[in-house]
Ligand binder design. Structure first.
Ligand code: NAP
Length: 297
């Protein structure tokens, strides 16, 4: 079997077109969805993520408030800025780009964001709401994975899913979403990590394997069954002298071999990556819609 590619760029483009329409509708009712983007320091990867987020906002007609602060910004100053955006009616979502410099306590910063503007879905209030199945902003990468599966026609109800990785931003929330008693859940989920005794034993019986370990070749062809659906969240740099930059990006899955056995597979790049920013836009538009509803009730 040769796998069909799940094209993240295409799914993301379709969702962004849907969001653009929603933004136009909100604007016609007097609300322009607004995202405050805060970056502390000059980390090149963070700078490029932030630039991509601002560009994506502009492309669908949203407002973004760009805040690039020096690396020596104090925690107090950052908390003050967040407090300002918490009460700014033009802002419906606040994004603090992680990681933060070491002198700033990330947990305290995330706690300072109003849960109603926490479009990254990292605030414990949103995490708690998600776990108990209440209305919540869902974290962007795991939500993007679920949208890719649903929009590719993959049946989640009753599916055996293995997630490799248990981080707070990918593995844990994804496992929680997939076990919810809802259309976006109803799967039977196993979560593997570095203390799992025999990962292959779990992945071999899985209908869907989601790799989020951050290590190339974590999933090889011998570890999966024929017809498996593969979602590769990992993004890893491997040396490649043939490339101008001296490296190329690969996922956590041995793509050439696993794609011979899988029925569906995401590439890296071009799979999960484009969905993450899309879900950030989705949450900000959702927040603006909630504001409109509150204003009109
Ligand atoms: P993380 O915080 O480093 O967590 C990695 C998880 O994988 C940990 O739970 C770790 O287990 C587990 N793990 C690592 N090596 C393993 C192995 N050999 N076998 C089994 N489990 C293993 O990483 P993350 O933030 O979740 O990100 C994971 C990957 O996804 C990274 O490559 C990251 O760049 C990528 N990512 C992509 C996007 C996107 O938009 N495309 C977004 C977020 C992350 P322990 O808990 O036991 O240490």
């Amino acid at each position: 079997m040769t796998a069909k590619i799940i094209d993240g760029k295409q799914v993301a483009a379709q969702m962004r077109a849907e969001l653009k329409d929603k933004v136009a509708q909100l604007k016609s009712k007097g609300i322009t969805p607004g995202l405050a983007v805060i970056l502390v320091g000059q980390d090149p990867a963070s700078q490029s993520y932030v630039t991509a987020k601002e560009k994506a906002c502009a492309e669908i007609g949203m407002h973004s408030d760009d805040n690039r602060l020096p690396a020596e910004t104090t925690q107090e100053a950052l908390l003050e800025l967040i407090a300002h955006f918490n009460t700014d009616p033009k802002i419906h979502g606040i994004l603090v780009q992680l990681p933060l410099p070491k002198h700033i306590n990330e947990d305290q910063v995330l706690l300072a964001i109003d849960p109603n503007k926490d479009v990254d879905g990292f605030h414990p209030v949103n995490v708690g709401r998600m776990v108990v199945g209440q209305d919540a902003f869902l974290p962007c990468t795991p939500h993007g994975v679920i949208q890719l599966l649903l929009r590719s026609g993959v049946e989640l109800a009753g599916a055996e899913v293995v997630i490799v990785g248990r981080s707070n931003i990918v593995g844990k929330p994804l496992a929680n979403m997939l076990i919810q008693k809802s259309r976006t859940g109803n799967a039977t989920v196993t979560v593997c990590h570095t203390r799992t005794k025999n990962i292959a034993e779990h992945t071999r019986r899985s209908d869907i394997v989601i790799a989020a370990a951050g290590r190339p070749n974590t999933i090889t062809a011998e570890m999966v069954k024929d017809g498996v659906v593969i979602i590769d969240v990992g993004v890893n740099r491997v040396e490649d002298a043939a490339k101008k930059k001296g490296y190329r990006l690969v996922g956590d899955v041995d793509f050439p071999a696993v794609s011979q056995k899988a029925s569906l597979i995401t590439p890296v790049p071009g799979g999960v990556g484009p969905m993450t920013i899309t879900m950030l836009l989705y949450n900000t538009v959702l927040s603006a819609e909630k504001t409109l509803k509150a204003l009109s009730s």
